[in-house]
Design a protein around this ligand. Sequence first.
Ligand code: KIV
Ligand code: NA
Length: 270
Amino acid sequence: RKPVSLPRLAEMRERGEKITMLTAYDATFAAVADAAGVECILVGDSLGMVCQGLASTVGVTLETMRHHTECVVRGLQRVQATAWVIGDLPFGSYHESPEQALRSATVLMQAGAHMVKLEGGGWTTDTVRFLVERGIPVCAHLGLTPQTVHSLGGYRVQGRGHDAGEQLKRQAIELQHAGAAMLVLEMVPAALATDITHQLHSCHTIGIGAGKGTAGQVLVMHDMLGINLGKNPKFVRNFMEGATSVRGAMEAYVRAVKDGTFPDDSLHAW
Ligand code: KIV
Ligand code: NA
């Protein structure tokens, strides 16, 4: 197997093959996800909630993200894995200035990430351009951006209605112009996510609670294994049902994303 790279992801997109992404926070689960055929592993700041027991991702620090990125990368190296690794920039680590974002991104890249992810649109565009110009691949993240949960008033659908949808679409196009190579769309109407996907060519949309029209899908690993501590978000499917191993569940996820049976329309009512 060849390592996953930006050109390979672009080829997949060209062929109409869906891109699969799962979160992982440690060596073993990252290696299992890779073995199951997951192309992209996101060391998400969701680790604050699933590993650290925090109520939101706001309390996650750059040092914690560095540590978990290193753990994931070491696990992948041990099994000669091919996955593309994305490190999440945590709250406060990129908000001050492009320069601060570069310093934070450097920490995650030196921990072995291939790409960094940051949340938000508009004010993030200059930061994305600054990083991309300096050789750091960037994944953007629009819609429900969990680091701003307190401003958004909860974990709720974003981009509903004409104006909110148009603003989100505008931000997505700006982020592509700035050089973002991927864009997570979280909890937005399926029609909007599909529309944005059609507008973007060099930037691949990865949906979570955004319907099946995106270029790829992502889930939090603990959610798709059915071991979420809280109530499962509506868009999640428990892939352990019918599976006999974690690897089997992840393989079922990859199959379902590739053949278009996940997500299905009953999984998002927006
Ligand atoms: O931190 C995370 O797991 C994420 C995904 C939900 C996209 O940002
Ligand atoms: Na995140």
